[in-house]
Write a protein that binds this ligand. Structure first.
Ligand code: AHR
Length: 331
């Protein structure tokens, strides 16, 4: 028992140190007005997942479940199946079940605000993981404890910067956006657009949502390629849509990676394989394995430790130079 505790404490310290604390952020403790998490030997916590339609989501869920099991905590898991309204209902059900804390990956930025506020009103601390809510309507350290996740604007910028180098600053781009209203779709677009706007030889000729899904990405890419046969690049907000786009390019009789370059985000196994096969140029990592950092933050919070309002994951970048070496540990 003692050694288990020592192990988890050391691990917790390492995990909290492994996330970069947002510049200038101030630590938050429950004394700031947030609901406390009373110190207990074990907890019943909720994880409200947004959907389970791709390997990224499955890896995130597995990580949350594995870590709860390691700690011996009870996990109430829900899957909103791609519906923000269901996710709000899922959080309300967790509140009714009396969970001690809620981990939430909000599907969209605005519709999940009432769920965050309801948990706060019920005295249950909320930890946002992976996706964020609209910062003008709910604030970390005030309405929820913290946001733990990747910097989606930076991901879009990195994809854009890679493309500038790969194309010499000349490209006709089709963009496959993520789920409308979600923070990764909004921010990945913003980061990428900023880079493209600074490069006059690059133009986004069409941008449409593929809802972060492989088959939707394929269908949208198919119709955009028909409307814009002059396109030389596809920028997809995740690997699943990029894989769908590869199928659409091949169906159009063109060669992905040659006739049309592809850049994407996530770093899932199929994405890395597409790079190895020469069909995709690069993908910016967005790590789905939130379990260790999420539970470590809750434990620290229960002890009254100061929690930064934003904890940004340090992510990788994959291209031909490292995809093969990274694929074994991918998902
Ligand atoms: O919020 C992260 C995004 O959501 C991942 O890029 C995507 O694959 C997932 O569905």
């Amino acid at each position: 028992m003692v050694s288990t505790l020592r192990f988890s404490m050391t691990r917790r310290a390492m995990l909290l140190a492994s996330v970069a604390i947002a510049a200038g952020s101030v630590g938050i403790a429950h004394a700031d007005g947030l609901p406390p998490l009373k110190p207990k030997a074990t907890y019943k916590v909720g994880f409200a997942q947004t959907e389970s339609n791709n390997p990224w989501r499955l890896a995130q869920t597995a990580s949350m479940q594995e870590e709860a099991k390691k700690l011996g905590w009870q996990l109430v898991y829900t899957d909103a199946a791609g519906s923000a309204a269901k996710q709000v209902a899922d959080v309300n059900s967790m509140i009714a079940q009396g969970v001690d804390a809620i981990f939430l990956s909000p599907r969209e930025e605005k519709p999940l605000i009432p769920a965050v506020m309801a948990a706060k009103k019920a005295g249950i601390p909320v930890f946002l993981i992976d996706r964020n809510v609209d910062a003008t309507l709910a604030k970390p350290g005030v309405d929820y404890v913290t946001f733990i996740g990747s910097d989606f604007v930076l991901e879009g910028k990195q994809a854009g910067e890679w493309l500038v180098k790969a194309t010499g600053g000349k490209a006709i781009i089709l963009e496959l956006e993520g789920s409308t209203g979600s923070s990764p779709a909004n921010d990945r677009k913003k980061g990428f657009d900023d880079i493209i706007a600074a490069n006059p030889g690059m133009k986004i000729v069409a941008s449409q949502t593929g809802d972060f899904a492989r088959d939707k990405g394929r269908q949208v890419a198919e119709s955009l390629l028909q409307a814009h046969p002059e396109a030389t690049v596809i920028y997809a907000h995740n690997d699943e849509m990029a894989i769908g786009a590869i199928a659409a390019i091949e169906a159009a009789g063109k060669k992905p990676g040659k006739d049309i370059l592809i850049v994407s985000i996530d770093g899932e196994k199929d994405g890395l394989q597409a790079i190895i096969d020469g069909k995709m140029g690069a993908t910016v990592e967005c790590n789905p394995r939130f379990g260790p950092a999420a539970y470590a933050a809750a434990i620290a919070y229960s002890k009254g430790e100061k929690i930064p309002p934003t904890m940004v994951n340090k992510d990788n970048f994959y291209d031909m130079s490292n995809a093969a070496a990274s694929i074994a540990t991918s998902y």
